[in-house]
Ligand binder design. Structure first.
Ligand code: CP
Length: 307
């Protein structure tokens, strides 16, 4: 069961709750494979996506998820709403609630913003990415994709490569895969790995060839080019040479290893184009599964799990 009002992070979820959410996404995927992708489940409910940062995948899939479940949906961005006139997150949330929102999906650059909003409104709040903190629905769709392909998560060797320090995707996936019994390795330059991360049970590597040894799942992270100004890595070419996933490196992993990337990708930097388009990549399936997982979230957070 998932009995919480909101989805704020994977950290506060139990393995049972994660498993239940992934189980609920299975039938949702059946719906999106149909020719007519529409069920009346959320008729009369209102879903608002409120994005203070750019997004293609997360926003698009939450919007589609709401539509496939027959909810009414409105989409707001920081730049096109009264936020641009200085309205606070609290007042924006209360206004959306007065407009009838049952669910508010929030992306915000400040860690903790979804928690603040969740305390301020009766509507369910879904964290769609808060700064470098968490991106729980991304981790859920990653786990759904891997579980679908591998039949389970326990015992898998999952390697996350890149800027772990600034990645909300990495943080949510570390919590998620660890709770589900996978062995999690992270790999990147020491400037991009938080000090003390080993204490969470994660293995830290700085040499990619060593990290990939026997990997069942490889999650490549986007290199955030803006970090280059901060001197966290010498240059894109150097980064690619040390931490880019190419054919030779992929062969160090298990023969049936899966390659994931949350997107958007920098082809030729963190991932070679032939790997991104290759048979082991499940990057496009991640996007499709994102709709199913977000349908499950909207369903459960509007009381579906209690029915
Ligand atoms: N994975 C992800 O969050 O992508 P978007 O920024 O396009 O939503």
């Amino acid at each position: 069961m998932y009995k919480h009002k909101d989805l704020l992070g994977i950290r506060e979820m139990s393995a049972e709750e994660i498993g239940f959410l992934l189980d609920t996404a299975g039938p949702m995927k059946e719906i999106i494979k149909r020719q007519i992708k529409k069920v009346p489940t959320l008729r009369g409910k209102t879903v608002v996506t409120l994005f203070y940062e750019n997004s293609t995948r997360t926003r698009g899939s939450f919007e589609l998820a709401a539509k496939y479940l027959s909810a009414d949906s409105i989409n707001m961005s920081g730049s096109s709403s009264s936020v641009a006139k200085g309205e606070s997150l609290y007042d924006t949330g209360r206004t959306l609630q007065s407009l009838g929102a049952d669910v508010i999906v929030l992306r915000h650059p400040m860690p903790g913003a979804p928690r603040l909003l969740a305390r301020s409104v009766k509507a369910a709040v879904i964290n769609a990415g808060d700064g470098a903190h968490e991106h729980p629905s991304q981790a859920l769709l990653d786990m759904f994709t891997v579980r679908e392909k591998k039949g389970g998560l326990a015992g898998l060797r999952v390697v996350i490569v890149g800027d772990i320090m600034h990645s909300r995707v990495a943080r949510s996936n570390i919590w998620g895969f660890t709770k589900m019994g996978a062995e999690v390795r992270v790999c990147g330059p020491s400037t991009m790995i938080p000090v003390g991360l080993e204490e969470t049970g994660v293995q830290v590597f700085h040499q990619m060839d060593q990290a990939l040894d026997g990997a069942d799942v490889i999650i490549m992270l986007r290199i955030q080019k803006e970090r280059q100004q901060q001197g966290l890595f010498p240059g894109l070419r150097e980064y690619s040479r040390l931490y880019g996933l190419n054919r030779r490196r992929l062969e160090l992993a298990a023969g049936d290893a899966l390659v994931l990337h949350p997107g958007p990708m920098n082809r030729g930097v963190e991932i070679a184009a032939d790997i991104a388009d290759g048979s082991q990549a499940v990057i496009e399936e991640q996007v499709t599964n994102g709709v199913a997982v977000r349908m499950a979230l909207l369903y459960l957070l509007t009381g579906g799990g209690a029915q």
